[in-house]
Design a protein around this ligand. Structure first.
Ligand code: HXC
Ligand code: NAP
Length: 290
């Protein structure tokens, strides 16, 4: 079992808003932040899911968790999220843009609305949250930290998840752009690019039905395993925290080497059986002498 990496109380008294915080990786990160002493605001569209998670976390840690229903595509709802967070906790210190929408499909099968739905959740939603909280921090001259959860294909692009890839690369560009523009206000922006970390939300939409067996993520990762949620939570807590106050505009990949395995031109030679290497070597050596 992976253990929590940060010192006790590393986030004591900080208020952290986690979008998509009721499920999956958002829930895992939020739980760890609360264990480290943070107050939480969890937000997404489904209030019942958020409230259940909030109760679970408070029972686990004893720290305060506010559940706020908000569709991050709607700016008025995001402004209300900010107001409710400040009414409850007086201030917000950190924002984790974790909410996302995604599903696999050949791009030519997608309607205009399917495309814009994913782009609006991932890119517009992240912009809405970052700008709404950022403007408030700047007006109050308050230091803050933003963490955006992207993907490894935010840098490489990927077929079959094109709306998500476009939107996540936009979020990565937002991270790097505002890291510079808002550095002067003491507002840091960083991102994490996770490889495969099994969650119901992602796996139901990316590996439905028999794809789960046919497309086993473990085989794509040099370390031959998927990620543990605590591994991601440790990195997220570190990047948000005062241990990382000089890290700004960075994206940290946490994927067991997955994207590099796909990128290296000869990595597929892994498929060559060990016993074939003697004859391959001898053939190459013969060529060297000719
Ligand atoms: C084609 C589809 C579709 C599908 C929906 N649509 N599913 N088109 N194939 N499988 C179309 C609909 O027909 C509609 O277009 C449009 O998309 C909007 O669909 P709605 O269901 O009305 O949208 P909404 O209720 O807002 O739901 C959004 C959603 C849904 C993205 C479609 O999946 C969702 O709520 N997702 C949230 C959670 C999530 O996606 N988690 C996974 C994140 S994983 P028309 O034209 O008919 O109106 C991730 C990381 C990946 O991001 C990396 C892992 C390694
Ligand atoms: P998940 O459980 O489905 O999380 C997505 C969350 O986003 C849900 O809680 C959902 O809640 C929320 N959400 C969706 N649309 C929203 C909207 N319009 N407004 C507010 N909230 C909305 O999936 P996950 O795997 O944990 O993904 C979390 C993050 O990690 C995402 O950014 C994803 O891209 C990223 N990621 C995951 C993996 C992985 O392997 N799991 C890999 C790379 C990156 P509601 O439905 O209640 O709104």
């Amino acid at each position: 079992m992976v253990e929590g990496a940060l010192k006790e109380n590393a986030l004591l008294g900080k208020t952290i808003v986690v979008t998509g915080g009721g499920t999956g990786l958002g829930k895992a990160m939020a739980t760890y932040f609360s264990q480290l002493g943070a107050n939480l605001v969890l937000t997404s569209r489904k209030l019942d899911v958020l409230e259940k998670t909030a109760q679970e976390i408070t029972a686990n840690t004893g720290n305060a968790v506010l559940a706020v229903s908000c569709d991050i595509r709607e700016i008025a709802q995001v402004e209300s999220l900010l107001k409710q967070s400040i009414d409850r906790f007086s201030r917000v210190d950190m924002l984790v843009n974790n909410a996302a929408g995604n599903f696999i499909s050949p791009s030519e099968r997608l309607s205009a609305n399917a495309f814009s739905t994913v782009i609006d959740i991932v890119l517009k939603g992240t912009v809405n949250c970052t700008l709404t909280f950022g403007k408030d921090w700047i007006a109050k001259k308050q230091q803050a930290s933003v963490l955006n959860i992207v993907t490894t294909y935010a840098s490489t692009g990927s077929g079959f998840v094109v709306p998500s890839a476009i939107a996540k690369s936009g979020v990565l560009t937002l991270t790097r752009s505002l890291a510079v523009e808002w550095g002067k206000y003491g507002i840091r922006q960083n991102a994490i690019a996770p490889g495969p970390f099994p969650t119901k939300g992602a796996w139901d939409r990316l590996l439905p039905g028999e794809l789960l067996e046919k497309f086993d993520f473990k085989n794509r990762v040099p370390l031959k395993r998927v990620g543990d949620h605590q591994e991601l939570s440790n990195l997220a807590a570190f990047l948000l925290s005062d241990y990382a106050t000089f890290i700004n505009g960075e994206v940290v990949t946490i994927d067991g080497g997955e994207w590099l395995q796909g990128a290296g031109q000869f990595n597929s030679l892994e498929a060559i059986p060990q016993e074939m290497w003697d004859s391959i070597e001898s053939n190459i050596r013969k060529t060297n002498k000719s």
